[in-house]
Design a protein around this ligand. Structure first.
Ligand code: ADP
Ligand code: MG
Length: 209
């Protein structure tokens, strides 16, 4: 894993977000202020514009570089949260592409998001996707699962948990201002996180990055 891997994952996530842009916009219009996808795509465009710099770095510095750009371009609540995810992963990663190593880095990234956003599962946020994915990833890695097994399993976990945010009451972020009216809508950050996880897993399963 290196800067090219990071950029390949960013490209995959970017394409998935573009493909579902209208849907994510509608979700954030329903329970937020509608800017979530605009925020994310602004960040993705900025990352694409610094492709050569990211690709030239080793894995952890490439992630840190990308994270800094995310912080300065994405904005909203999600910008600092995705920054924390990426820097949390970068701090823990040794650049080794073993399953155990990557599971540890992912879990550290999710923990950093939890510290920044001060929430866990059940408050109808991206954490409702990120935490179960991190837990399954760690459990599978500890049980000796192969890379392909992990890359197949995690998108399903992300999908199920993203869908489960629909019936939750939002207690964090802008959606919490709606109280009971937040129920019945999937959380936009849960949907964008799930889409990015699915796209990155599919890209990594292809290899050669
Ligand atoms: P804003 O709500 O400030 O406009 P965005 O639209 O960029 O920010 O992001 C909204 C998403 O951020 C929500 O859908 C939710 O998933 C996530 N979010 C908001 N607050 C938190 C928090 N404290 N912890 C984790 N995720 C959060
Ligand atoms: Mg918003």
């Amino acid at each position: 894993m290196n800067g090219k891997t990071v950029m390949a994952c960013i490209d995959a996530a970017h394409a998935a977000l573009e493909e579902h842009a209208d849907e994510i916009a509608s979700l954030d219009q329903a329970i937020g202020d509608g800017d979530h996808i605009i925020n994310l795509l602004r960040g993705m465009d900025a990352l694409a514009a610094m492709r050569a710099q990211i690709e030239a770095e080793a894995f952890a510095p490439a992630l840190k570089l990308a994270a800094t750009k995310v912080l300065s371009t994405v904005g909203g609540s999600s910008g600092p949260l995705f920054f924390s995810m990426m820097t949390g992963m970068a701090k823990t990663s040794t650049g080794d592409d073993g399953v155990v190593e990557f599971a540890r880095a992912f879990a550290a990234g999710v923990e950093a998001v939890g510290q920044r956003g001060k929430t866990g599962t059940g408050s109808k946020t991206m954490m409702d996707v990120l935490i179960p994915v991190a837990e399954h990833f760690t459990a599978m890695a500890d049980a000796g699962a192969s890379k392909q097994e992990v890359l197949e399993a995690l998108p399903r976990i992300a999908q199920d948990n993203m869908l489960a945010t629909r019936d939750m009451l939002a207690t964090k972020g802008r959606a919490s201002f709606l109280g009971e009216r937040s129920r019945g809508h999937i959380d936009p950050g849960a949907r964008s996180s799930q889409l990015m996880i699915e796209a990155v897993c599919a890209r990594l399963a292809q290899g050669d990055a």
